[in-house]
Design a binder for this molecule. Structure first.
Ligand SMILES: N[C@@H](CCC(=O)O)C(=O)O
Length: 284
């Protein structure tokens, strides 16, 4: 198990503003959020965790997701993060409300910021999501609560996450799968499409090419970072010092994740392995 790093330095303990932000997802999806963090909050230090040994999350039950999220949050707390971004819609849909009551740390999910951006942009909103997120109706509820006059259609896209994690972005099969998922939404003449899974912006060029040009795309990653900025300001937790290099950790194969880093971040990061079987889980 992970034992020491530059993030353990005392300054982060003495000065909470310098503590890192924890970001997690099942795999490479959260990198779409990380890219927005680099862009909009370049002074923040970040710890990224990908639960690659247990992905895809989108086919799992709420009980399983809750257990995984609790383990990750426990670990994040041990790393002394000042805030956590759940860069995963499935976790945000199935676990956010519960763990917010259990953990004494600000936790930001992706669904509310995404839903808010969607209602500001459209009236006929399509949401593509994992089976678990679609089934939870989290987007539908959040959107309709903000504006009951809009129409919402959700499509479950079970094949996307495995295809993205296998790096089959340019495989013609992926385009065919995308076409079949988007078809019912195009038929409904949606004006806005929400990426209801943080993996999906990796498919942006394909999805864009299949959608009528007037359909607006909403990437909740952009809006979750705006929400995070607001929260940091409110809590006076913005870091003003130079950030530490991002620390990457995964539950699966570090080398495989480092490869994906090259593809999605433009460099090959050093990636640690974290084994939660060693981590004491707090008693809920
Ligand atoms: N990034 C994903 C996790 C999906 C999965 O592992 O199935 C999400 O936003 O839901």
């Amino acid at each position: 198990m992970y034992s020491s790093s530059i993030f353990d330095d005392n300054f982060a303990v003495q000065d909470p503003q310098r503590a890192p932000i924890g970001v997690f997802d099942s795999g490479v999806g959260g990198l779409t959020v990380l890219r927005q963090l680099y862009r909009h909050l370049p002074h923040e230090s970040i710890i990224y965790f990908g639960d690659t040994a247990r992905l895809p999350y989108g086919i799992r039950s709420q009980v399983e997701i809750l257990q995984y999220v609790r383990e990750i949050l426990n670990w994040m707390q041990q790393q002394r993060v000042k805030m956590v971004i759940m860069a995963c819609n499935t976790s945000s849909a199935l676990a956010l409300e519960v763990v917010r009551r259990e953990f004494n740390i600000p936790i930001i999910g992706v669904i509310l910021p995404g839903a808010k951006a969607a209602v500001q942009q459209g009236k006929r909103i399509g949401v593509i999501a994992t089976p678990a997120t679609a089934k939870s109706n989290a987007y539908r509820h959040a959107i309709l609560e903000m504006d009951a006059s809009v129409n919402v259609w959700q499509v479950s896209c079970p094949e996307f996450v495995p295809l993205i994690e296998q790096n089959r972005i340019n495989d013609p099969y992926t385009t065919e799968v995308a076409r079949s998922y988007l078809e019912p939404l195009i038929q409904q003449e949606i004006d806005t499409l929400v990426y209801g899974c943080t993996h999906y912006p990796h498919l942006a060029p394909i999805l864009r090419s299949l959608l009528p040009s007037q359909v607006k795309l909403v990437d909740p990653a952009v809006h979750v970072v705006a929400a995070c900025t607001q929260e940091l300001n409110l809590l006076r937790l913005r870091n003003t010092h130079p950030p530490l290099p991002t620390r990457f950790a995964v539950s699966g194969c570090p080398e495989k994740f480092a490869q994906s880093g090259l593809q999605w971040l433009g460099h090959t990061p050093t990636v640690e392995n974290v084994d939660f079987t060693d981590t004491p889980v707090s008693q809920f």
